[in-house]
Ligand binder design. Structure first.
Ligand code: RIB
Length: 299
């Protein structure tokens, strides 16, 4: 089976339960605080492992985050490629979750943005043609990682989240499969024809295919479900009704379960449904990687 490498962030998530997300100039009290394992890279590795795949995680962190790595290992992620270095701290996220389960996140990168080219060479040296590399936008040297992975013939998946303007400077034409939500998809396509409810996701998916004809796109669209687009063909799965407690990690769950379903041989529409189901379970529970379902709850 193809090996999967997640090269990405690992964070300590400090999660505050609030009645509403704080606004400029306001001071509010939280109902509770918890310290959870997180980071988009670590979360996506956890989702892949919980779905039953063999997955390796390569992150960069300080020793203060060892407990997060231990949680990831307990979920059967091979964390052996992660670099711990006490000259910096582990990345962290300050997360507010409101009464409707919506969140807002402030990131401090810490070790996540301390990768060197030689770190990436050493990590990629353990992987070869047709293995899968999964990246997000919370580490440095993504351009280098994409170029080197492409040179070695790895299949590159990229979740450009959180989205920023530097993303357009990356060698995006080398990405095999993008994972985007509605905002990231619209930003990537420089889409101006409507936003929010007014977006025609089918047209957006087609535009992404036109801009990056060699790539495929997995587009999550909230209440509109999820889309997959490749070579001008678009597939769709409807959203699932669910109770929302905490949306943190929902996108990471979707991404991990979609890749898992495809690696396990499920067709595209079924993989979209599986990923939707997994993400709907995550949002019904508190936390990020700890709230993700295991394979028996989904497949
Ligand atoms: O996608 C959710 C994650 O984003 C959180 O776990 C937080 O650490 C941020 O990276």
């Amino acid at each position: 089976m193809r090996r999967i490498l997640v090269l990405g962030s690992i964070n300590i998530d400090d999660v505050y339960a609030v009645e509403h997300i704080v606004v400029a100039g306001e001071t509010i009290s939280s109902r509770s605080v918890s310290h959870n394992a997180g980071g988009k890279g670590a979360n996506q590795a956890a989702a892949l492992a919980k779905a039953g795949l063999d997955v390796c995680f390569a992150g960069k962190m300080g020793s203060d985050g060892k407990w997060v790595l231990d949680i990831l290992s307990s979920m059967n992620v091979d964390t052996g490629y992660t670099i711990a270095d006490d000259s910096f701290s582990t990345g962290h996220a300050i997360i507010q979750v409101d009464d409707k389960g919506q969140n807002s996140i402030i990131l401090y990168a810490g070790g996540n943005k301390e990768f060197t080219e030689s770190d990436i060479d050493n990590i990629l040296g353990n992987f070869s043609e047709n293995d899968i590399l999964l990246l997000q936008n919370e580490i440095n040297l993504i351009d280098y990682a994409i170029r080197e992975a492409s040179r070695k013939g790895l299949y590159i998946c990229f979740n450009p989240s959180p989205f920023d303007s530097d993303i357009r400077e990356l060698p995006l034409e080398l990405v095999d499969c993008f994972f985007v939500n509605e905002l990231e998809g619209a930003a990537l396509a420089e889409w101006e024809a409507g936003s929010g409810k007014d977006i025609c996701f089918h047209d957006l998916a087609m535009k992404l295919c036109t801009l990056y004809p060699e790539s495929s796109f997995v587009l999550t669209a909230g209440a509109d479900g999820a889309y997959y687009a490749e070579s001008g063909k678009v597939f769709h799965a409807s959203a699932r009704e669910c109770t929302v407690r905490d949306t943190t990690g929902a996108g990471d769950t979707f991404c991990g379960y979609f890749i898992s379903a495809r690696v396990l041989g499920y067709p595209i529409e079924k993989a979209l449904e599986i990923a939707n189901k997994a993400a709907s379970i995550t949002v019904s529970r508190d936390g990020a990687m700890e709230s993700m379902p295991v394979s028996g709850e989904v497949f």
